[in-house]
Design a binder for this molecule. Structure first.
Ligand code: HEC
Length: 335
C-alpha cells in the first residue's frame, strides 16, 4: 500500500517537473531555425559535450552503458539521435527533459548554449564530417551584462531601427548595400549567422576599427554604446531567436530619469540626438538636455506625434509614453 502511494506521489512529482521544464524550454526554442545557423561540427563541438557530460565513467561509458546508451563515440551517440529531428531524438529529449523521465545529466543541465548547439547539429542532419570547421564564435567579448537574456523584439529592434533602419540608410526603401534593418526577417536574411557573432555582418560592422570605412554607424551618426554591442553579441551567440518577451516598462513606482527615462531615450532617440551631428541641434544625451526639451513641450509633442513623429519611423509604446508623462507630472526628477 505504502509503496503504491510513494509511487503515485513520485509520478506526480515527475509530471509536475516535466510540465515546468516543458513550459520553460518550449518558449525558448520552438522558433529556432537551424537553417540560419553556421554549420555545427560533430568532432570539435558535439562529441566533446556528450563525452564530457554523458559518457563519463559509471554513466554512459563503454563498460556501464546505463539504460543501454553509450555516449563515447559517434556510432554510439547516433543510437539516441534521429537525424534532422531533434524533437524526436532521445538524446535531445533527455537534455531538455521534454517527454523524458528525467532531465539529463542528473548532476545539472547543460548550458543553454550547449543545448542549442546539439539541437542545431541534429536538425542539420547529425553528420560526422571530419572536414567540418566550426564557425568562429568569438569576436570582441562582451564587457557587461554577459549573462543577461536579450529579447530581440523588446531590447534590440527599437535600437536597430532608430540607429540603422533610418531614412536614407537601411530603411526598406533605401536598403543601402542591400541591407534592410527594419524587422527580424530582414536582419536575418543577410546580416546574421546565428550562433556566430564574428561571422555576422551586423556585429562585425559595429565592432571594427572606427577609422574603417565599413564601420557602422558612419559619421556623423553616434556610434552604438558598448552595452548595445554586448547585447547584439549575446543575442547572436545565443541563437539569434525572435523572442518578444514581456515589456520592462513599469509605471507603478516613482519614475526617475536615472531609472526609466535614460534607457528609454538611449534605446529610441540617442542615435540621432547626441554629439555634434545631433538632428536639428537637439541633444538628448544628458538629464539637463532631456529636461529642457520636456519643459519646452517639444519632447512630448514629438513622441505623441502631434508636432512631428519621433522616432521618425515608429512610435514608442503607450506604456513608455505614460512613463514620460508621469515623470513630468512628478517633477521630472533625476534620481
Ligand atoms: C532616426 C533619427 C532620429 C531618431 C531616432 C529620433 N529623432 Fe528626433 N529628430 C530627428 C530629426 C531629423 C529631427 C528634425 C525634424 C524636422 O525638423 O523636421 C528631429 C527633431 C526632434 C525634435 C524637435 C521637434 C520640434 O518640434 O522641433 C524633438 C523634440 C525630437 N526630435 C525628439 C526625439 C525623441 C524624444 C526621440 C526618441 C523617442 C527622437 N527624437 C528620435 C531625428 C531623429
Amino acid at each position: 500500500m505504502k509503496g503504491k502511494k510513494t509511487l503515485r506521489i513520485s509520478i506526480m512529482l515527475v509530471l509536475a517537473a516535466s510540465v515546468l521544464v516543458l513550459v520553460q524550454t518550449q518558449c525558448r526554442h520552438d522558433d529556432l531555425n537551424s537553417a540560419i545557423f553556421a554549420k555545427v561540427c560533430y568532432q570539435t563541438e558535439i562529441g566533446p559535450i556528450f563525452l564530457r557530460s554523458c559518457g563519463t565513467t559509471g554513466c554512459h561509458d563503454a563498460q556501464r552503458g546505463k539504460g543501454g546508451y553509450t555516449f563515447t563515440d559517434y556510432t554510439s551517440v547516433m543510437k539516441a539521435i534521429t537525424p534532422f529531428n531533434a524533437q524526436k531524438s532521445t538524446a535531445y529529449k533527455a537534455i531538455t527533459g521534454k517527454g523524458f523521465i528525467q532531465l539529463m545529466p542528473p548532476a545539472g543541465a547543460l548550458s543553454e548554449n550547449e543545448r542549442i548547439l546539439i539541437r542545431v547539429w541534429i536538425d542539420q542532419g547529425a553528420v560526422n564530417d571530419p572536414t567540418c570547421v566550426p564557425a568562429v564564435v568569438g569576436g570582441t567579448p562582451p564587457t557587461t551584462k554577459s549573462a543577461e537574456k536579450v529579447c530581440f523584439q523588446r531590447d534590440l529592434l527599437p535600437v536597430l531601427v532608430s540607429s540603422c533602419g533610418i531614412v536614407g540608410c537601411h530603411d526598406v526603401a533605401t536598403h543601402k548595400e542591400g541591407y534592410n534593418i527594419t524587422s527580424y526577417a530582414s536582419v536575418m536574411s543577410n546580416l546574421v549567422k546565428a550562433g556566430s557573432p564574428s561571422t555576422s555582418r551586423l556585429y562585425t560592422s559595429i565592432t571594427q576599427s572606427a577609422s574603417s570605412e565599413n564601420f557602422m554607424p558612419p559619421k556623423p551618426y553616434t556610434g552604438l554604446s558598448q552595452a548595445v554591442k554586448d547585447s547584439i553579441f549575446n543575442w547572436i551567440k545565443n541563437g539569434a531567436l525572435n523572442d518578444v518577451c514581456s515589456s520592462l516598462c513599469d509605471t507603478t513606482g516613482v519614475i526617475t530619469y536615472q531609472n526609466q527615462i535614460a534607457s528609454l531615450i538611449s534605446k529610441n532617440c540617442i542615435s540621432c540626438h547626441s554629439g555634434s551631428g545631433a538632428s536639428k541641434g537637439i541633444l538628448l544625451d544628458t538629464y539637463t538636455a532631456v529636461k529642457a526639451q520636456l519643459d519646452n513641450g517639444k519632447l512630448l509633442a514629438a513622441v505623441k506625434g502631434t508636432s512631428i513623429q519621433m522616432p521618425p519611423s515608429y512610435s514608442i509604446t503607450s506604456c513608455e509614453l505614460r512613463e514620460i508623462e508621469l515623470w513630468k507630472a512628478n517633477g521630472a526628477i533625476q534620481n
